[in-house]
Ligand binder design. Structure first.
Ligand code: WTA
Length: 647
């Protein structure tokens, strides 16, 4: 089969990074890392320039990761103030509402004003440097103001995705002992209200340490109110000054916590720090997207995920870019909404997830082709492997074959892109994340942990051999878990949890998670979280959750459930359990399939054999492997009989 390779278009002939430059810079980033990173650090304004560049050990018993340690800076200063001399009137944020009639632009000067006031409001409700502030926000500019305001005064934000349930929110508030919450009366998506403030109130029944809630009036809906604890943003804004000096922070001071799912246990608070993260966000935004001054950059992620942190807020704003924030959903009020937005705001770069591309592709070509997309010059993909059909449609229909696609592989833990093509440097192979970013050393290991040769075609588990400035520093409040999760599987390497192959030309292809993490519509979920939600229900004795291939979502959620003795499953039971998981975690975690089974395949020592459950969910009955070690091999036949998806 001949492989498709797409050349570098003429429009990227003068890109910042061409093939030669990439090779030189990559070599320098590996051979003289401290010199390379001392130079890259200059992209930021420091109160005190760093002289100690890196101090890293991946050894299990001496794990530490420090970058630019003696440097001092402020993130909001770098994202706002320093642009004012030249870009005060330039648009920093374009906000496009759920309702197509609503939109406005915020210049850098206005952003400065908003963020300073917001920072003073936070101070007024009692927030101090180092305090954790939980943000539970819709996609409105105030989400960015609140994040930047935290960084201005040295508070640590923890953004919780607005689609998570009150229970999930409470867990995340308590885990980082956050005493402050910022939210809005409601969010709006596809003309439907999301009861954010009401959810916060429910969450706070289980989070008694929260002292104050700052609430933004967005839709004007009636909301529950606790006098003395709750404050309206618009009231406080009148009481505070528009001047707020940025707090000088040490490079390794915590910047934010972002909860993400792992293969076991409850979600982990991934901690990113100030200097390294911002260097990484700014550098990757500039190079991957070949950022130019007049770009209109549209990252479609929610600010509740890392992609929204790095590529709606911190990367673009650190670079003085214009970043578009869209409140709604891709197909409301019509299937052409995204392309309408592109034409309306003259978007130059779209950065979205394969799951959205697949959903838009289903609507056909006409909604795309009827809008002017001549402003587009670059397309990006993130969050999950992109299938070749979706890649081709994105390239041919959306980008008219003119626009390269950067398929960026990275994780919440990595802060920003680690493997991605650079549009002026690399020819593209559809579906390949291509080449490592500067300073990144990917490698493959076999299941025993032996490094595979770094030449020729290879496939294995993806590890990283050294650190990069945007790497997470710890799991908040549980450093041991950080060590165990990422540095204990293979000695002296960071284990990504992903599988990958490298082809004979050196291109990297990510094959997906090799652990018990699901990727559902680009949202990361732990099977353990869904299982514990299920077994928390009184009807359930036991549950096991696996992923299976899903046309639209990439992966679907397949649950095997054993009910308590004596109960017979009904349609009602299935509905109840689906609703229960939805309520415990949030709509993103709603099971696609529940298969009731009297037993689960277990070894004699009682361990559930997930490999078998995965194969059955995938309908691959002939690939179950050895089932003779099961305590009761008969279970397998029952499970196959009960399998719910036709293949
Ligand atoms: C997956 C999202 C293939 C991967 C930024 C990773 C990808 C997980 C890609 C992290 C890609 C992300 N190709 N797979 N371009 N990008 N992934 O933490 O499995 O939400 O480990 O970060 O998404 O998900 P997270």
């Amino acid at each position: 089969m001949s492989e498709t390779v797409i050349g570098i278009p003429q429009s990227f002939a003068d890109a910042k990074i061409n093939a030669e430059r990439y090779a030189d810079m990559y070599a320098r980033s590996i051979n003289e890392p401290d010199a390379f990173w001392a130079d890259e650090a200059k992209r930021l304004d420091w109160y005190k320039e760093p002289t100690k560049i890196s101090d890293v050990s991946f050894a299990k018993d001496d794990l530490h990761i420090r970058w630019f340690e003696d440097g001092e800076l402020n993130v909001s200063y770098n994202c706002i103030d320093r642009h004012l001399p030249e870009r005060a009137g330039k648009v920093a944020l374009i906000w496009e509402g759920d309702n197509p009639a609503f939109h406005h632009s915020i210049t850098y000067a206005q952003l400065h004003n908003h963020v300073c006031r917001f920072a003073n409001e936070l101070k007024k409700i009692g927030v101090k440097k180092g305090d954790r502030v939980t943000l539970y926000m819709p996609m409105i500019p105030e989400a960015a103001y609140a994040m930047l305001a935290c960084t201005r005064i040295g508070a640590v934000h923890s953004v919780v995705f607005g689609g998570f349930s009150p229970d999930a929110l409470a867990g995340r508030i308590n885990d980082c002992q956050s005493e402050f919450v910022v939210t809005a009366d409601q969010g709006v998506r596809g003309n439907k209200g999301v009861p954010l403030k009401a959810n916060v109130d429910k969450a706070l029944e289980q989070a008694p340490d929260v002292k104050a809630v700052l609430c933004i009036r967005h839709t004007g809906a009636q909301v529950p109110w606790v006098e003395g604890r709750d404050f309206w943003h618009h009231d406080l804004a009148l009481e505070v000054d528009a001047k707020c000096e940025p707090e000088p922070m040490k490079a390794e001071d915590p910047l934010f916590i972002l909860y993400t799912s792992g293969s076991t246990g409850k979600p982990k608070g991934v901690l990113h720090t100030t200097g390294g993260y911002l260097v990484w966000a700014s550098m990757t935004h500039e190079y991957t997207f070949d950022h130019r001054e007049d770009d209109v950059f549209w990252c479609t992620a929610d600010v509740g995920w890392v992609t929204g942190h790095t590529y709606i807020v911190y990367g673009p704003l650190a670079n003085g870019a214009t970043s578009l924030m869209y409140e709604g959903v891709p197909t409301w009020p019509g299937p052409d909404r995204c392309w309408r937005i592109v034409a309306k705001h003259k978007v130059t770069t779209i950065y979205t997830a394969p799951t959205a591309i697949r959903a838009l592709m289903r609507e056909g070509d006409e909604p795309v082709s009827k809008h002017d997309r001549s402003s587009l010059r670059l397309l990006g993909s993130v969050g999950e492997p992109i299938n070749p059909e979706a890649w081709r449609w994105y390239h041919e229909v959306v980008g008219d074959k003119r626009c390269p696609i950067v398929d960026t592989w990275w994780q919440t833990e990595t802060g920003g892109h680690l493997i991605t093509p650079l549009p002026g440097a690399h020819e593209l192979k559809p579906g390949s994340a291509s080449f490592p970013m500067f300073g990144v050393q990917p490698a493959l290991v076999d299941t025993e942990g032996n490094l595979l040769p770094d030449e020729g075609a290879q496939e294995g588990n993806l590890v990283l051999l050294g650190s990069w400035p945007g790497q997470m520093r710890t799991v908040y409040g549980d450093h041991q878990r950080f060590v165990e999760t990422y540095f204990s599987t293979y000695e002296n390497m960071y284990f990504t949890g992903d599988g990958a192959r490298r082809d004979a030309d050196g291109y990297w292809w990510i094959t997906g998670r090799v652990d018990d993490v699901l990727n559902v519509s680009g949202h990361r979920l732990g099977t353990a979280e869904i299982e514990s939600a299920l077994v928390a229900h009184e009807l359930v004795a036991e549950a096991a959750v696996v992923g299976y291939p899903h046309d639209l979502k990439g992966q679907g959620i397949y649950c095997y459930v054993t009910l308590v003795a004596g109960l017979e499953p009904t349609e009602e039971t299935e509905k109840t359990l689906k609703a229960h998981v939805r309520q415990e975690i949030g709509p993103v975690a709603t099971p696609d399939v529940i298969q009731f089974s009297p037993g689960l395949p277990k070894t004699r020592s009682g361990k559930i054999m997930r490999r078998i459950l995965r194969k059955i969910a995938e309908g691959e009955y002939d690939k179950l492997g050895d089932i003779s070690t099961l305590a009761d091999p008969g279970v397998v036949e029952d499970l196959i009989e009960g399998h719910k998806i036709s293949t």
